[in-house]
Design a protein around this ligand. Sequence first.
Ligand SMILES: [Zn+2]
Length: 219
Amino acid sequence: MIYKTTEKHRQRSREWAASHPEQVKANRKRRYAKNRESAIEYNTQYYNEHKEKVQAYKAQYYLEHREQERTRAAAWVDKHPDLAKAYQDRYQIEHRDERLAKAAKRYAEHPEEVKERVRQWQKAHPEMVRANVKRRKALKRNAIISDLTAAQWQECVAEFNYCCAYCLTPLDIVTQDHMTPLVRDGAHTLNNVIPACRSCNGKKGTKTLLDIVGREGFI
Ligand SMILES: [Zn+2]
């Protein structure tokens, strides 16, 4: 016998589904678990073929369910703190340039606002500020050569006319830029340290001079 789905059948199953949401959910879950591999494959393929549509749909969905999605995300982070941290770390590393460019733009447009936010953040996270200072100190101390004296540093800044070595802006706040960064085995010594403004130092990050030559916003 050929089974034909009629509108009546469909209507009935819709009604059944509407009055048994838990069961529908459980069924869906079971079906998914049983066909997990092919479901993932199907979803991936669908996504690749309809990327824009899926992204637009997701963005729209997020807009319409913002609060709910935020709560859900927060609950997920609570439940998987290690995974969340790993994702976040990876994201930060992979999008570092983007992030710094955005931060630099924000700072250029609203310097006072940004400074105030940083102050607030530092006030609220003294332990992280201390940890950062400590980490920088340890890096300097453990550098292959670590012999930059305060006097040498003063002379060096004077040699650059109290300007950022990269963008030549006169400096209110001088930061030490390690041309070969400490984290990349650079030395904390006179011929590896130059004065830089916070923006350039931040943009350069853990890159070496060679990495940044010719890059937008740099030499
Ligand atoms: Zn600069």
